[in-house]
Design a protein around this ligand. Sequence first.
Ligand code: ATP
Length: 602
Amino acid sequence: MEKEKDKNNNLRVLLNYAGSYKILTFIGLILSAISMLCSMVPYICIWLVSKQLIDVAPNWTNAQNVTIYGWLAFAFAVGGILIYFLGLMCTHLAAFRTASNIRKQGVKHVTKAPLGYFDSNASGLIRGRLDAAAAETETLLAHNLADIIGTIVLFISMLIIMFIFDWRMGAACVLAAVISVIAMFSMMGGKNAKIMAEYQAALDRISKAGTEYVRGIPVVKIFQQTVYSFKAFKDAIEDYSVKAEHYQADICRKPQSINLTFTEGAFVFLVPVALFLAPDAISSGTFAEFIINFAFYAVFSAIISTALAKIMFAASGIMLANTALGRINTIMQAPILKTPDNPKVPIDNKVEFVDVSFTYDGSETPALSNVSFTVEAGQTIALVGPSGGGKSTAASLIPRFWDVTSGVVKVGGVDVTQIDPHILMDQVAFVFQNNHLFKATIFENVHISKPEASRQDVLNALSAAQCDDIIKKLPNGVDTLIGSEGTYLSGGEQQRVILARAILKDAPIVILDEATAFADPENEVLIQKAFAELTRGRTVIMIAHRLSTVVNADNIIVLKEGNIVEHGTHKQLIESKGLYFKMWNDYNQAIQWKITSRKEAL
Ligand SMILES: Nc1ncnc2c1ncn2[C@@H]1O[C@H](COP(=O)(O)OP(=O)(O)OP(=O)(O)O)[C@@H](O)[C@H]1O
């Protein structure tokens, strides 16, 4: 019952996407129903012609209405086809508009999602999902719905006609159809519905794991692995084959055989019933009419298989559209970044965390628990600590990649949720490790952070980010398209261009995720210089992986499992001999080891 309600709701939701074009769907459905009624008329005409011929036999010239019936049959057959096409045009127009509106509204919705949403939902992937789901709804709206309505009308009129001429032979034909339909629905209903859902879910898992596998091909190749090393993909394939075999062999085999037998042989009961009725017809002198009726039902029963085939296609279309709509709904339910009704303006560049806790959606343990700290305007603080401690999470709450679960993050004395998102974005520049360059020129890649900047501003930013050597060696200098025709930048070079982008933005607050690995020592020196340019005179929150870069920070916050376990200057933390002290010793030992190995290698 609930499910039926869901389906109806889904259909209503889908139809609402069509906007004013919704009416075309209804017109299309009505036309489809009319065309089905038209397609019945030729059969009745055949019956009438046969009856008249037998009535006047052997004086055939007395059969005056034969021509009229012939033309009538022709007119309704052609008219039915034309009306059907007209109906399809309407449903197609509405379906295209629906799909296009789904795409537009989906994209519009996700652009309002917080940036963090795109960490786990790559924008390309969302677009792909939206596109595929929108296309899947097209089939339902353009064809399946019209076919369902047409088939319902066809069935009702068939039932009426079946019983008009000879109810006994009519019942024989209907019985075959009923058995066929029962067999078909037994594959889908009851406990089989659950198995079918599991089968669909296995199919979904295989497709997701397949995508992950394709993404991971470089890793698989590098480590000389095979597809079987991708356990999730292998498991998904195996699980699917078990479910598919069970579904096909145990669930579908019997009902499908019954369905096909009675769909294609709708007259299996007709012949025995006719043989049973024939003697009566002969003795009562109505054998001629009996033969006409028999011929009519034999011909007419052929429609049953067409109607049943249509129902089957329509049922699978509805299922597909339902799953598509489910996918669309998850996109439409993406969280929205709330904008303040009466935005406030930050008064300075101070950053404050007041009792902040944050738990990722779907996670049970908080990534941050009751975290409080203050970064005065112009100060530099470093977030350090073991992997998974919550450093990146804390940094990402400042530009509202996510909103806190409890507590407040303030910029310039104002809760970030009360600042106009555009102003907040202007206030903060962030350089994260997963920032990437677009397939565009170096100039465009930097210019994007401040569209009103002049060419000279961009060049100055590149220079400040120590990019002069990169530009010098490129064929078209700053106008070289990167990511094409063999023009690729090394990791360290890319990092410097990204820093130029942040320098050009000239935001007073800088959030910096210091990269863990650079290509070579030369690049590293240049990057440190670029960092220094970017952070000069600004409020800086730095996620530090190498402790050498935090020694001069005004405050170091040590995060472990989402809690601040220590804070203070480098000197204070070394003296207190806590976690930072231990990390510092480990770090120095690692450096020592690196230097010794290099010396030995030389
Ligand atoms: N998008 C996400 N969804 C769910 N959990 C997440 C997400 N990002 C991080 N986490 C979890 O939140 C916790 C803190 O992660 P975070 O990335 O902030 O730590 P970190 O200190 O920056 O780690 P690292 O030094 O390895 O970058 C971890 O347990 C992590 O698994």
